[in-house]
Write a protein that binds this ligand. Sequence first.
Ligand SMILES: Cc1ncc(COP(=O)(O)O)c(C=O)c1O
Length: 430
Amino acid sequence: MTDGPSYGFDTLQIHAGARPDPATGARQTPIYQTTAYVFRDAEHAAALFNLQEVGYIYSRLTNPTVAVLQERVATLEGGVGAVCCSSGHAAQIMALFPLMSPGKNVVVSTRLYGGTVTQFSQTIKRFGWSATFVDFDDTDAIRVAINDDTRAVFCESIANPGGYITDLDSISAISDAAGIPLIVDNTSATPYLCRPIEHGATLVVHSLTKYLTGNGTVTGGAVVDSGKFDWSASDKFPSLSQPEPAYHGLKFHETFGPLAFTFNSIAIGLRDLGMTLNPQAAHYTLMGIETLSLRMERHVQNAMKIAGWLETHPAVAAVTYAGLKSSPYNDRVARICPKGAGGLFTIALKGGYESCVKFVESLEIFSHVANLGDTRSLVIHSASTTHRQLTEAQQVAAGAAPNVVRISIGIEDAADLIADLDQALTKANA
Ligand SMILES: Cc1ncc(COP(=O)(O)O)c(C=O)c1O
């Protein structure tokens, strides 16, 4: 595809980054299943290693199939570049790595995927980093939490598991004023429903594992760079603005301008952390993205119908779907996620923990699995699974209390899904 005027989302999700294979004319992006690439000569090899010429050296850093995916995800998000990696969790570390150093902190929302809460509250401490958890609906609390050692602000656009929508405009105004980047996990929304960069995000992270691949076949992640942050405006980001000792003194921002973060993530992050996405996984994700808009439209349509039906069911105490008029987050849909509030939400059952367990065991079309964003409808009792490492207070803050079940609505017939939920709720209440 040539750099067209301004193609629409449906065109870009199929074509961005891809072109017929120059060697064979293959129309579909080939899986370049290779570890290394032959250098033309010693001078070419030296230029690649010096980052004076862009090209392929070794697939831990770059691979042509992965490169197409990187360009496609960056284009759909409206970023200047992207780096793919081995999982959504890897993407979070890859996003923080160039920004952080021992003693520095990141201010994060309490409404996050449970695994991310654990990564931020426990594991990153081993790097000497820390996270301060704040209710991101309380903007004053975010301002108070940011201090001289804060190097980033982190939230999810549509938060897992509750499907709550974060007011990205208010949050980016705060991070901008503090001179630090805003990182938004856009996994549950995808760029079809929400484009965080248009709301001031500096970096967007994804678990490709979810809606972007869309059918539960891949574990992968991506970090998209908006290219808009001035890494040299302060002395807070020496890996990007100062001579980088791990790359013979190269100044990434001075050398690569808006692509500084992307080049740093490849040349240092992937090179030294090695959280690489394999080309086979990139291929599956490229296949998935070709139908992203169609799937997301159906996820949203089904979720609207099913959440509305659940809200009136006598066994259900609460439904968190932001698409419902009753949701406190409903007024953010039009502004932050104009094409809909996604397919992810939770329900609270009046029968409590026991009822939730019976409910998930009685479902027939819905699968009881630790995943979301599949064409298939999925369900999980977060408190006993994904969020079980958290304290009860953290579970409640994350929207995963013991009487709560998370639902990821697929793209099957809505009537069949409603019938399945109905019979399972009857059994759960018996
Ligand atoms: C919102 C969100 N972000 C990140 C992740 C982590 O992604 P991965 O499982 O690909 O590491 C998940 C996983 O469920 C998620 O739901």
